[in-house]
Unconditional design. Structure first.
Length: 86
């Protein structure tokens, strides 16, 4: 996909911000399943949709861009608690 701002291929131009997903710290639960799938192959935050080679969730839905997931610092909420939240 071509960036409308800088005219380069998605992930290649000045609009692309390098990112790394910390999958090793993300629980392997149902709540995080789509996030974990879409994070595979996602190396830049660029607002232009999925990158070539970016993962699919449930084997059918292509990512619309960089994934995010809702988490909390509330330890009583076992579905969405994440220890990195302070």
């Amino acid at each position: 996909m071509i960036c409308t701002e800088c005219g380069t291929e998605s992930g290649a131009g000045n609009c692309a911000i390098p990112i790394q997903h910390r999958l090793s710290t993300t629980p392997n639960t149902t709540h995080y399943a789509d996030y974990r799938s879409w994070a595979v192959g996602d190396t830049v935050l660029d607002w232009q949709g999925a990158e070539d080679g970016q993962g699919e969730a449930s084997g059918q839905r292509t990512a619309g861009g960089s994934p995010t997931v809702w988490t909390t610092d509330d330890q009583s909420n076992t579905a969405t608690y994440h220890s990195l939240n302070k």
